[in-house]
Design a protein around this ligand. Structure first.
Ligand code: SF4
Ligand code: SF4
Length: 423
């Protein structure tokens, strides 16, 4: 990585502690990613993004701020990025995916909080992530209890705006989310000092839809019998999409798709033809959480689809682009976002329908139904997920894990046994 120490110092980061993170990441990345054979050349861009993860994009965000722009840090795929970009702001995902940040979160949160929340809080309070330092404001949501309480703690240190997400999907709930988006729009206008016009919002709706389409194309390449790219690589590109410049991300991802579609046409895969095809479903996997994908793909199987927020929930369903008034556009945003099937909703039967549909579309041999430790939403929903998969005759195994490496061997043993059963 180039020398960004001056930038990190000016962000008030704890350089000594941050150095420790910078020391371990390259080794982990080499082991998990660069060790793969026959990776598409288009992954070079994503290698570069990770190598410069605390440098290039943070420097761009700071440049944006120097010109008077604002940066919004988000933690959930319900937050409509379209509004932020339409007001001349930049949205960047902030979910923490590393064990490195967990102890920092545990200083203020109960140990039995999910690692995603602990890592996100730790990254802020320990001052070891530039993205968490740069964001002018954090946007939280009322999705799960741990997050709701974490916003209150973070709000002591950084401005936090919380969106009140309904937890049912009746017409009145969609209308309530529409109202929340209107309030959010007012907050974004106040923060940026810019008005959101229908023209600007229409343009950004098309931009974020284009990002969804690029991601759908990338993920969709794994529907083929020939798998032209690993699940790990698709996961990485998806994680990068949360904080990269959307226009650049779309270009790079579409160019990667051109390459891998070419591979499919030539029958060139990265796995042997009879490799078991696995779906992973459950809690999100924030960067650099590559643990389960790595274990699966070094145990003789391939991850071909992810029903999660770092997967299909993020890119499926587009916002209607035909609306020309702010009211119509906000309604269209509310309708699209309320199609996300997060386990915080009750009932959440559409998620089960999605899982069965995706299992068929991607011709999966088995499903790993997972949840992060202490994520009671996805842990509890696994009862219905597993019941439906068993009824559909699709093998399933439930796994609970965290960001540490302590359970890696145990997970590998269980996954290998599951794969053995599929063969
Ligand atoms: S799992 Fe639910 S709360 Fe978490 S990012 Fe996804 S939609 Fe948001
Ligand atoms: S993984 Fe579960 S507990 Fe953690 S933030 Fe997401 S919904 Fe909440």
């Amino acid at each position: 990585m180039a020398d960004y120490r001056q930038m990190w110092t000016s962000l008030g980061m704890d350089l000594e502690n941050h150095d420790k993170l910078c020391e371990v990441l390259p080794e982990v990345y080499t082991n998990v990613y660069l060790s793969q054979d026959n990776r598409p050349e288009g992954m070079d861009y994503f290698n570069f993004v990770v190598a410069e993860i605390h440098g290039v994009r943070p420097a761009e965000l700071i440049e944006h701020q120097k010109k008077g722009g604002k940066v919004f840090g988000t933690f959930c795929i319900f937050v409509p990025d379209e509004i932020i970009f339409a007001a001349g702001g930049i949205a960047t995902g902030l979910c923490g995916g590393s064990q490195f940040w967990v102890p920092g979160g545990e200083k203020v949160l109960p140990a039995n909080t999910c690692p995603l929340i602990k890592a996100s809080v730790g990254a802020r309070l320990d001052k070891t992530c530039p993205f968490f330092r740069i964001a002018d404001i954090y946007v939280g949501e009322t999705t799960c209890d741990g997050k709701k309480k974490a916003w209150e703690i973070l709000a002591e240190d950084v401005p936090v705006y919380v969106m009140d997400l309904p937890q049912m999907k009746r017409a009145k709930d969609i209308a309530a989310w529409e109202d929340e988006i209107k309030l959010f729009l007012a907050k974004v206008e106040e923060t940026t000092g810019n008005k959101v016009t229908p023209e600007a919002l229409g343009e950004k709706i098309k931009l974020i839809n284009a990002k969804r389409k690029a991601l759908a194309r990338l993920h969709g390449a794994r529907k083929n019998a020939t798998l032209p790219i690993s699940g790990k690589d698709v996961l990485l590109a998806t994680q990068v999409s949360f904080y990269d410049d959307p226009t650049r991300f779309i270009e790079q991802t579409n160019s990667l798709c051109d390459e891998i579609e070419g591979r499919v046409a030539k029958g060139e895969g990265v796995f042997p033809a009879d490799t078991p095809r696995i779906m992973i479903t459950g809690s999100p996997m924030a960067i650099p959480n590559w643990k389960l994908h790595h274990i699966v793909e070094t145990s003789g199987a391939a991850v071909v689809v992810e029903e999660m927020c770092t997967g299909s929930r993020y890119y499926e369903n587009l916002v209607d682009e035909t609306q020309t008034t702010l009211d119509g556009q906000i309604r269209a945003l509310a309708e699209r976002y309320m199609k996300i099937n997060c386990a915080c909703f009750s009932p959440n039967t559409n998620r089960i329908t999605d899982i069965i549909r995706l299992a068929k579309e991607y011709k999966v041999d088995g499903v790993l139904d997972t949840n992060l430790k202490f994520c009671s939403l996805y842990a509890t929903e696994s009862y219905n997920v597993e019941k439906a998969l068993k009824e559909a005759g699709i093998p399933v195994m439930h796994l609970e894990t965290d960001y540490s490496e302590q359970d890696a061997e145990q997970l590998r043993t269980r996954i290998e046994a599951f794969l053995e059963m599929l063969r």
